[in-house]
Design a protein around this ligand. Structure first.
Ligand SMILES: C[S@@+](CC[C@H](N)C(=O)[O-])C[C@H]1O[C@@H](n2cnc3c(N)ncnc32)[C@H](O)[C@@H]1O
Length: 206
């Protein structure tokens, strides 16, 4: 494990690198710009890690992270929950950052460039658990995320756990999931070097 340095930080046991870290500076110079907001670490990933720390996954779970960005939550699941993790994002420009952070945390994460709105029931059925953080930020994303959750439930995915800082399109999905799948919306607040507030949407598929 890389020890925290002036250019790195560690929360929930996961090391992340600051913009001034030499590896980050090198990477920024040579990689394409991200789009779809995959340009940094978003705080909701810490809400997810905090939830998983209190509610660990079954050992050896096959985990799919949707819209992983730089993949801190995936790294947490691989590092501390013995999960086999696939991190999916529509924007391939996020993966060099994920790989760098995985390397600093000494874990291996499978990566997949894909649009989760096009992920089939059959493809979703290969996973036990779906996790995500901050993936529903434009109005048009609500319906496609709800449809994805519906397919995942039909595919037999056991748990779907999505953290969010209460963006209105996410709240729409959460309300629909409460009605349709008896989901729970669990408020959560954590402090790292900043305060992060939001909720965990939990769908358990018994
Ligand atoms: C706000 S960022 C959050 C990144 C990461 N989950 C985090 O919490 O740090 C949203 C991420 O979702 C990805 N994304 C958005 N829509 C997507 C879709 N339909 N399929 C796959 N990835 C998507 C973006 O590329 C971006 O990396």
């Amino acid at each position: 494990m890389s020890a925290p340095t002036p250019h790195s930080q560690q929360f929930y046991g996961v090391t992340s690198l600051l913009a001034a870290h030499p590896d980050m500076r090198r990477l920024k110079r040579r990689t394409a710009a991200t789009h779809l907001h995959g340009n940094k670490l978003w705080g909701s990933a810490y809400l997810l890690m905090d939830y998983l720390q209190e509610n660990p996954l079954p050992l050896g779970s096959r985990v799919l992270e949707l819209g992983c960005g730089w993949g801190l939550a995936s790294i947490y699941c691989a590092k501390y929950q013995q999960a086999a993790v696939t991190a999916l994002d529509a924007d391939p420009a996020v993966f060099p950052y994920l790989s760098l952070l995985a390397e600093h945390n000494q874990v291996t994460i499978n990566t997949l460039t894909a649009d989760f709105t096009a992920f089939s029931t059959e493809e979703l059925g290969a996973y036990d658990i779906i996790i995500a953080s901050d993936i529903c930020f434009w109005d048009e994303m609500s319906e496609t995320l709800f449809n994805l959750i519906d397919r995942a439930v039909n595919a037999g995915v056991k748990q779907i756990i999505i953290a969010d800082p209460h963006r209105p399109p996410f709240i729409d999905v959460a309300e629909a999931c409460i009605d349709e799948f008896f989901a729970e919306l669990l408020p959560r607040e954590v402090t790292t070097n900043r305060r992060h507030r939001g909720s965990i949407l939990l769908i358990e598929n018994a």
